[in-house]
Ligand binder design. Structure first.
Ligand code: ADP
Ligand code: MG
Length: 498
């Protein structure tokens, strides 16, 4: 490993963990991949090698699925009471809390995000997601149903775990994503084969250690590191997997649907977004400026519901663009380990190239760069917080998810809500929408008109109890909340003539 140690005091436990040999977690044991293949990950802050990682492929997936199947069908897991399952999940949350500092460092080294973000966002959210779903173990009930058929009947529904779940996660919030998939699956009584993103597998592996430490039965959670085209594809095609849950790009979501179609696997998909931020003239403009800036520059824009399209009323447009552009210039971009850093590097050379390509295409199609627009330095994958104006709906920067710190800002003329909603809805995505207004009527009317899974008014963030997901090509189903755990169940109806 070569990280810039002048930056911050990396705890020895973190260095030891990262340097250690990383294997696959299958059936409660760490084992080498059948092929013996490994790959390495990069530290996005300097582009250098970070860790050697095992590359799982189809043979390892077979073993992991078999272990998850045994744990689901015969093992202690299926016979465990919901209350005991809840205690185990809660214990995992406590173990994660106890090691939060180490996890935060590992996330920063692997993903690039500011250490402070990892500490105040990723870790607390992951811990609370575990606790929230621990509570659901004992509350997954069916109901008794009144029937109208002639005769005397007793009928009820019950919720059963869907079975073995294949979970495939992205690199933007690696631990949060892994936990958001594992926790509800376990709460419902499922077993899991998790494949973290190849760019950022380390916190999932570290979580695997805790899963063993707190005493989950063998095979309940299996963790396979490796690539999407090999390990990921083998999971989605495997006949022993009952459900696939995926967060990532819309393109891969489409591939997963096709793979899952063969045997009608249950599928939950959290895909891309192109979230509009709509500012009305009556809004608290200073807060709207700060909110709009954070919405697109947090996590270097690598958030599926980053506010990437700003629509501001013409009366407030100049103030907003100037404000957000000023904030773009102020955002301290640097290595995640540096205390003053507010925006880290993007995750990889591939992402850096992709974002640079979008900025270039925006310029060539007529957009004006009001802030940023370039790469910072030549070491690591740093991009300037960028604001584009003069963007039109047909431009690539307006239609595609850039997944970087690039905002397209536009003004609208009249406060005609239908017209604004039409523009806001004019992408193939429908994940989020953000409104800034002090007018309750405008807020509620707009909330109805927007085709988005989550509408935020004057702020508001992620919560384990609030369902999250998208309309249109932003995905299928919802994660978090009651819907998020019910998505890991099958509903069974039992009818009985008395
Ligand atoms: P990005 O291109 O931004 O890395 P992806 O959607 O490709 O986003 O990756 C998200 C997750 O999907 C990762 O864990 C990746 O390995 C996985 N993945 C990529 N391609 C496939 C595939 N064909 N089948 C299953 N999983 C895949
Ligand atoms: Mg990809």
């Amino acid at each position: 490993m070569s990280v810039n140690v002048s930056m911050a005091a990396i705890p020895a436990a973190v260095t030891d963990f990262i340097r250690g040999s990383h294997k696959l977690l299958i059936d409660g044991k760490w084992i080498a991949p059948a092929s013996g293949k490994t790959f390495f990950t990069h530290n996005p802050a300097d582009g250098r090698k970070l860790a050697d990682i095992a590359a799982a492929d189809a043979q390892d997936v077979d073993l992991a699925v078999a272990a998850a199947r045994r744990a689901f069908e015969d093992g202690p897991w299926s016979k465990m009471t919901p209350a005991t399952r809840a205690k185990l999940i809660w214990r995992l949350a406590d173990a994660l809390e106890a090691k939060a500092e180490e996890f935060a460092f590992i996330e920063t080294l692997d993903n690039g995000k500011p250490l402070n973000d990892a500490k105040v966002v990723d870790l607390p959210h992951s811990i609370e997601v575990l606790r929230y779903f621990a509570g659901w173990c004992t509350k997954l009930n069916g109901e008794s149903i009144s029937l109208s058929n002639p005769g005397t009947w007793h009928a009820y529904t019950m919720r059963e775990p869907v079975g073995v779940v294949g979970s495939i996660t992205p690199w933007n919030a690696p631990l949060m994503m892994a936990v958001s998939k594992i926790a509800p699956a376990l709460a419902a009584g499922c077993t899991v084969v998790l494949k973290p993103a190849e760019q950022t597998p380390l916190t999932a592996l570290k979580l695997g250690q805790l899963i063993l430490d707190v005493g989950f039965p063998d095979g309940v959670v299996n963790i396979l590191t490796g690539f999407g085209e090999t390990a990921g594809a083998a999971i989605t095609a495997h006949p022993g997997i009952d459900k696939v849950t995926f967060t990532g790009s819309t393109d891969v979501g489409r591939i997963i649907i096709k793979a899952a179609a063969n045997d009608f696997k249950r599928v939950t998909l959290e895909l891309g977004g192109k979230t509009p931020v709509i500012v009305f003239p009556d809004a608290d403009i200073d807060r709207a400026i700060e909110g709009a800036a954070r919405s697109i520059f947090s996590n270097a824009g690598q958030i599926c519901n980053a506010g990437s399209r700003l629509y501001a009323h013409r009366d407030v447009f100049d103030r907003l663009v100037e404000g957000v552009s000023r904030r773009a210039g102020e955002f301290r971009v640097g290595p995640g380990l540096e205390a003053s850093t507010q925006m880290g590097p993007v995750v990889s050379q591939e992402q850096l190239d992709r974002i640079s390509g979008f900025i270039a295409s925006g310029k060539s199609q007529g957009a004006e760069v009001r802030a940023g627009g370039g790469r910072i330095g030549t070491e690591g994958y740093f991009v300037e917080p960028t604001v584009l104006t003069g963007t039109r709906p047909d431009m690539d920067v307006m239609q595609h998810e850039i997944f970087g710190p690039v905002l397209c800002a536009m003004s609208y003329e009249e406060a005609d809500l239908d017209r604004i909603a039409r523009e806001a809805n004019s992408t193939s995505y429908g994940l989020g929408a953000v409104l800034w207004t002090r007018d309750l009527s405008t807020a509620h009317k707009m909330a109805r008109k927007l085709k988005a899974g989550t509408v935020r008014v004057n702020g508001g963030g992620l919560d384990p109890a609030l369902p999250f997901g998208g309309f249109k090509q932003s995905g299928w189903g919802r994660e978090l909340g009651r819907e998020g755990v019910e998505a890991y169940t099958e509903l069974k109806s039992v009818a009985m003539a008395l």
